[in-house]
Design a protein around this ligand. Structure first.
Ligand SMILES: [Zn+2]
Length: 96
């Protein structure tokens, strides 16, 4: 079975604008942004949904989401941001 598109981005086989990368989390710009500054924050290893997220990845994932949200003000002149997680519903890629 082929890797999903997020695993391909994380592996570097698909080009995208990565805004954060460490050993556990990767964040990159959505190729079809719903909002200005639409960033997808994903576990670096394949995890399909919130229900599959191991406990040790919860803190790094949320910390990265907070880091990205904090950057929206200075980067975009935004007063705030919208942070959400699709969990199977509205999840177009089976990678959290
Ligand atoms: Zn994946």
């Amino acid at each position: 079975m082929a890797a999903d598109i997020f695993c391909q981005i994380i592996a570097g086989t698909l080009d995208t604008e990565v805004v954060w990368r460490d050993e556990t989390v990767v964040a990159f710009l959505d190729h079809r942004p719903v909002f200005k500054g639409h960033v997808l924050v994903c576990p670096a290893r394949h995890v399909e949904s919130l229900l599959d997220l191991p406990g040790e990845l919860m803190q790094p994932l949320l910390t990265t989401a907070q880091r990205v949200a904090r950057a929206m003000g200075p980067a975009l002149g935004a007063d705030g941001s919208f942070v959400a997680m699709n969990n199977v519903v509205s999840q177009s890629v089976p990678h959290l």
